[in-house]
Design a protein around this ligand. Sequence first.
Ligand code: FA5
Length: 343
Amino acid sequence: MSVNVGNLDAIAVDARQRISAAADEATLNQLRIDLLGKKGVLTGALRGLGSLPADQRSAAGARANALKTEIDQRLNARRQELEQNRLQGLADSEWVDVTFIPEAAVSRGHLHPLTQALTEITAIFSRLGYEVALGPEVEDDYHNFQALNIPEGHPARDEWDSFYLAQGGWLLRTHTSPVQIRFMEAHQPPIRIIAPGPVYRHEATDAGHESQFHQVEGLLVEEDIRMSDLVGTIEYFSRSMFGAERRIRISGDHFPFTEPSIGAAVSCGICQGTGCGSCKGGWLEIMGAGMVHPQVLRNGRIDPERYSGFAFGMGLDRIAMLKYNIADIRRLRESDVRFLRQF
Ligand code: FA5
């Protein structure tokens, strides 16, 4: 190649451009070879100096050497620049501050007391051969009331005032008892189910009452089932759930869908049965129960001449309160971890 100051300028322009565009170390290494290596552009030009006329040789030689130095410096500078950028990029992702004191281990959560109580209830009843059934939270009037012997205008509707949806006569279920009807409509005996879930009531709240709480319904329908089977089941449940030292009180009650009907209460663990702000005279009512009314069996398409059964509906929140000695039901819904972490 013939060398003159003009094409040295062209090499310089091209080299500067390629060096500043190089985005990584490998490209820079390759450029060094291409420009300054044995077979590099500039080396070739230097070699051609000998063929220049003597009067041009020294000027072109000086220019070529200066360019060689410049290229070398530019390659080094660009390398440093790339390294600087890399370190800056690391700041967010990989940079390790060795002076940093690690935080205390992040505390793990655990199951909510209501979930813990329900898990235990499910385990107890599954030992007795019950399975879990679920029903809708938005119910129709028929399943929530009429099929349970509560026709329109029946005074029991006052006890179970609900939240009604604007259209279609739907309501938020006031208890889990409609699941009894829905399950019987679809199954013939033997039936042994528990049906847990949220229920809603339009009522004032206090330490023992919420307007949204949870129930666990139970239904057993087989041949020759008696009240003693129900009482035995309640006793077995209470002993398994609360321990033998808690006392159980069974008293008469009234529900339109059971005949006869009873209520079951467990002695309060906060006051040891003497009476306090979170119980009623030392007792906490945990469930309503009774023998399934023959008309309710018929509404569920089951022959009351052949089959009989019992049903119960327990308040899950009340059971969790009893089990864990929680004085106010409203605390269960506050989601305050300082409170929840105790259980
Ligand atoms: C009923 O809801 C009936 N469906 C229960 C039943 C089922 C009876 C099957 C017979 C056969 P009651 O309204 O009493 O009954 O509620 C049942 C339980 O839910 C109560 O014993 C109590 O433990 C709980 N409970 C009732 N109201 C509230 C409330 N506002 N807040 C928290 N728990 C409540």
